[in-house]
Write a protein that binds this ligand. Structure first.
Ligand SMILES: [Zn+2]
Ligand SMILES: [Zn+2]
Length: 156
């Protein structure tokens, strides 16, 4: 069984546990989201599903993703960039950093062993922001994705 299928199944079970009815719309949202590596906004998924579910509301998409985020089965990333700072949802819940393309806004996952703050960083943090209690340290790599780099090279 591919990991994405397992992830979709786990997500559906959690939605049920959270008290949401598993309607065909919600199942379609979860199936699409579980395999989506693009860190979509609720609006992105809403637009892609609308042709198949013309009566579906934006709130259904948003609430489904929000419930997944609240139960820990989806990550929530806010990355100022091309899409503004709209909440983007992330089916990858293992520790990772993000690489963001300056030009097209693509967001890629960079696996990380842990997001725990290294001891040196904790020391610096204590000096810079006394009293702040750190939960995670996430990095953002900024630059150009492969496709935009290639387009750049060809334009020269
Ligand atoms: Zn790009
Ligand atoms: Zn991610």
């Amino acid at each position: 069984v591919p990991a994405e299928t397992e992830r979709a199944t786990a997500m559906l079970q959690d939605l049920k546990r959270a008290g949401l009815k598993l309607t065909p719309q919600r199942i379609a949202i979860v199936r699409l989201f579980a395999t989506d590596r693009s860190h979509p906004t609720a609006q992105d998924l809403f637009e892609r599903l609308r042709p198949a579910f013309p009566s579906m509301s934006f709130a259904t998409v948003y609430n489904t993703l929000d419930t997944l985020a609240n139960t820990g089965l989806a990550g929530l990333v806010r990355l100022p960039g091309k899409k503004g700072d709209a909440a983007r949802f992330d089916p990858n819940t293992s520790p990772h950093h993000h690489a963001v393309c300056d030009r097209c806004g693509a967001v890629l996952d960079i696996a990380a062993g842990t997001l725990a703050a290294p001891p040196g960083a904790v020391k610096r943090l204590r000096r810079a922001a006394p009293g702040f209690s750190v939960r995670a340290v996430e990095r953002i790599y900024r630059g150009l994705c492969a496709r935009c780099s290639l387009a750049d090279a060809q334009a020269k």
